[in-house]
Design a protein around this ligand. Structure first.
Ligand code: TYM
Length: 342
């Protein structure tokens, strides 16, 4: 019997959690840094993929647009092939445990830790008229998202590394104070493509809040993708060499191609060196278009199927809620919140 239980334990898949904000157009950066890996990792792990709608409230949103964007993101999760029967694909706000654990973790997070967060500094500069407390404590809520489900691994792009480190620190801090409570999560940051850069200014990351010609949207039409890539900023040479310091534009395009095709930088260099930037850019466009076209096609079918989206949204919220209760009960008991005896 004991051996049986051990076997079952050993067989239990590790848990994976990740989330994306439903704030408008998703970019090729979101796709290569995160979404694409969700699909690759889905079979190996026991997965939760969340539309983190409460995070989006840290910036003023148009309510109708936010609701639509949540459904669009859910559709995109499904269009990349994530399976809502197997994985939990749900809206953060439908599981109140996120907010509840978020508050408790707020009480374990130091002001100094939050003040150091680069995303907070960037967003405060961008939204100087609305530096709200939610923007400040955003990383504790993100830690709650992860720790609520005893997550082992978190696939994210490089820009989320600092937030993830806080989640790890909070888990350890809490465990030290109250005994083992949370799994300390590990990041899964892809070797290639963890930071896709702006097409016009490769010093910056590709971001949906920048002008349109700087990013490729996952739902951009093929001709738009080709046009944007042809206009991507590159140096005046003609060598296809991965050198982020001296050739950031070309290196960025090589990262995109390598992430999609799985070819090494050397192999890409050998194939395109000397052929001119035009030929190379078109090859990158071909690969991006071939990768995104089937997703776009499925997306169009799914996004208009409101009944299906509703069914996925409801059943998955229910399952996530049940799962979240295990951790919540444990945490409540540990910090000394009295159990409600009915
Ligand atoms: P968000 O919504 O800004 O981005 C979603 C994911 O896309 C990655 N990403 C990129 N990767 C490579 N190159 C880029 N240019 C690029 N731009 C974005 C991000 O790293 C991210 O993985 N705070 C998170 C959402 C979140 C979350 C979580 C993630 C909330 N709770 C819990 C993981 C676990 C965010 O704002 O991501």
């Amino acid at each position: 019997m004991e051996q049986n239980q051990q076997e079952i334990k050993a067989e239990r898949k590790k848990r994976l959690f990740s989330g994306i904000q439903p704030t408008g157009t998703l970019t090729l950066g979101n796709y290569i840094g995160a979404l694409r890996n969700f699909k690759i990792l889905e079979d190996e792990y026991d997965c939760l993929f969340s539309v983190v709608d409460m995070h989006a409230l840290t910036v003023r949103q148009n309510p109708t647009e936010l609701r639509q964007n949540c459904l669009k993101l859910l559709s995109l999760y499904l269009a990349v092939g994530l399976d809502p029967e197997k994985s939990l694909i749900y809206f953060q706000s439908h599981v109140s445990g996120h907010a509840e654990l978020g508050w408790i973790l707020d009480c374990f997070t130091y002001m100094g830790e939050l003040q150091r967060m680069t995303q907070f500094k960037d967003k405060s500069a961008k939204h100087a008229d609305n530096i709200n407390a939610g923007l400040f404590t955003y990383p504790s809520l993100m830690a709650a998202d992860i720790l609520l489900y005893q997550t082992d691994v978190v696939p994210v792009g490089e820009d989320q590394k600092q937030h993830l480190e806080l989640a790890r620190n909070l888990a350890q801090r809490f465990n030290n104070a109250y005994g083992d409570t949370f799994v300390v999560p590990e990041g899964y940051i892809p070797k290639v493509g963890a930071r896709i850069r702006s097409l016009q200014d490769p010093e910056r990351k590709m971001s949906k809040s920048d002008p349109e010609d700087t990013y490729i949207a996952i739902l951009d039409e093929p001709n738009v993708i080709r046009k944007k890539l042809r206009r991507a900023q590159t140096d005046s040479g003609n060598s296809i060499v991965y050198d982020t310091e001296n050739k950031p534009g070309i290196s960025n395009l090589m990262s995109i191609l390598s992430a999609i095709t799985g070819e090494s930088m050397d192999a890409i260099g050998a194939q395109y060196d000397g052929k001119g930037y035009g030929v190379f850019k078109d090859a990158v466009a071909d690969a991006v278009i071939a990768e995104l076209e089937p997703i776009q096609k499925r997306y169009k079918e799914i996004v208009s199927d409101k009944a299906y989206l509703n069914q996925v949204m409801t059943t998955n919220a229910e399952r996530a809620r049940a799962l979240s209760q295990k951790t919540l009960l444990k945490v409540r008991r540990k910090v000394g919140l009295a159990a409600l005896k009915l």
